[in-house]
Ligand binder design. Structure first.
Ligand code: NDP
Ligand code: 8X3
Length: 252
């Protein structure tokens, strides 16, 4: 059996780039997302192009029953998950906290924290049973620093930072590696989602500097899985060369 990677949020951006990268390296893929058609088309393309097997699982990561049912329903051979990439996530809105929209807050908390926990809770026992595994949490520079109007998004990514450490401690005795990859600005659908479909504002954010590409992050995600068994990258910040920290992007 080939190695298996489960990637949440593979319908666009970093998750999709990871799906392609692992497919190019002959992994079998379990890919997830809410947009069924995009997910199925990606699965079809990857199977055709890379002669691998791909299992698309269409669910909302905020729905804990659905998460558990989807993982439970995997055929036994697919339950031997080598790598879990906790990538599905989003920012919604960019408001001062006193003007915050509670529905936006809940979408971020439910997806970035609770969704990550639901899928991890379903997959970790499988990894423990298999006595191997590598969990890669996609954090953010927003999980290391807080920037103006980032409030709740930054808090969810700080939670991912903390959960990564907690997972690493509790899973240590089972030989399961836990890595956090924390990118700075990556040009994906992220800003379109953050600005609720306002593509003009989203595009403006990425103007006059070179942001990371999703593929840059996927390279790093794949790299950390290729290291010898006794080596783990705990935490990695990956930034565009034009970005010094959360708030300082050099635009020309
Ligand atoms: P995209 O918007 O391009 O991709 C987000 C992915 O998450 C999509 O595949 C989406 O799938 C999935 N997703 C969102 N909500 C849900 C949900 N409720 N259930 C299931 N899947 C969901 O953004 P990115 O690729 O940039 O984001 C990926 C991760 O990287 C996120 O965790 C983000 O916080 C993080 N990140 C992004 C940075 C950036 O600048 N872009 C920088 C640092 C971190 P679908 O809509 O089909 O459900
Ligand atoms: C996404 C990066 O700085 O836009 O996590 O929040 S940032």
């Amino acid at each position: 059996m080939k190695k298996i990677v489960l990637i949440t949020g593979a319908t666009s951006g970093i998750g999709k780039a990871c799906a392609i990268k692992f497919a190019q390296n002959n992994y079998y893929l379990i890919i997830t997302g809410r947009r069924k058609e995009i997910l199925n088309n990606l699965a079809y393309d990857l199977v055709r192009k890379y002669k691998i097997e791909v299992l698309p699982l269409n669910f909302d990561i905020r729905d804990k029953k659905s998460v558990q049912t989807n993982i439970d329903s995997l055929p036994d051979s697919w339950k031997k998950i080598d790598v879990l990439i906790n990538n599905a996530g989003l920012a919604v809105g960019l408001n001062s906290i006193q003007d915050g929209i509670i529905d936006d807050w809940e979408r971020m908390i439910d997806t970035n924290i609770k969704g990550l926990l639901y899928i991890s809770r379903a997959v970790m026992p499988l990894m423990i049973k298999n006595k191997k595994g590598h969990i890669i949490n996609i954090g953010s520079i927003a999980g290391k620093e807080t920037y103006p109007k980032g409030n709740i998004y930054c808090a969810t990514k700080h939670a991912v930072d903390s959960l990564t450490k907690g997972m690493r401690i509790d899973l240590l005795e089972y030989g399961i590696k836990v890595t956090q990859i924390s990118p700075g600005a990556v040009e994906t659908e992220f800003s379109i989602v953050r600005f609720k479909g306002d593509k003009k504002t989203a595009d403006k954010f990425y103007k006059n500097f070179t942001p990371l590409k999703a593929e840059d992050v996927a390279e790093v995600v794949y790299y950390v899985t290729t290291l010898p068994e006794h080596v783990n990258i705990n935490d990695m910040l990956i930034m565009p060369a034009a970005q010094a920290n959360a708030g300082r992007i050099h635009k020309v």
